[in-house]
Design a protein around this ligand. Structure first.
Ligand code: FES
Length: 160
């Protein structure tokens, strides 16, 4: 995966190959969207939806409605790494706001934004299911916690 300033042709080809395996399988659409999101910069933007629609033989409007129904999918372009800060009560009480502020400062973006180089997107989410490690974050599929604001620079710098 590149740094996600745009979805490159090679990635679109991978999306097409994947979606083509499920031609006519509307029941597999959520599964396909999940797999596609992993290879297409953590998102299913317009051009990706078009490819899925064509290869699976499912109307674009249907693919779009499923992609926008589930909070886990994003039709907005995201970065190579999506950082999700848990904002539920246990993490909040243990200082999630301060950790979030440290990430915003280090990355130079606010929640909901993506860094200029397409590398990181910062989001908040509900409980990640690891409250014993609060305050916790998830970076793509990996979880981290408990975190302190001073941990952020070292942690995020490890992601290339
Ligand atoms: S409340 Fe944050 S992981 Fe559960």
């Amino acid at each position: 995966m590149n740094n996600c300033r745009r979805i490159d042709p090679e990635t679109l080809k991978q999306v097409a190959n994947l979606a083509a395996q499920y031609k006519g399988r509307e029941d597999m659409l959520v599964e396909v969207l999940g797999q596609v999101q992993k290879i297409a910069c953590n998102s299913v933007p317009e051009e990706v939806i078009s490819v899925i629609s064509k290869e699976m033989g499912i109307p674009k409007a249907k693919v779009y409605s499923v992609a926008t129904f589930y909070a886990f999918f994003s039709v907005q372009k995201r970065g190579k790494y999506v950082i999700r800060m848990c904002k539920s009560a246990p993490c909040h009480i243990k200082g999630a706001q301060e950790v979030l502020a440290a990430m915003e400062k280090f990355l130079g973006i606010k929640v909901g934004e993506t860094t200029y180089d397409g590398k990181f997107t910062l989001e908040t989410c509900e409980c990640l299911g690891i409250c014993d490690r609060s305050p916790a974050i998830m970076i793509n599929d990996e979880v981290f916690g408990p975190l302190k604001p001073e941990d952020i620079e070292d942690l995020i710098s490890k992601f290339e």
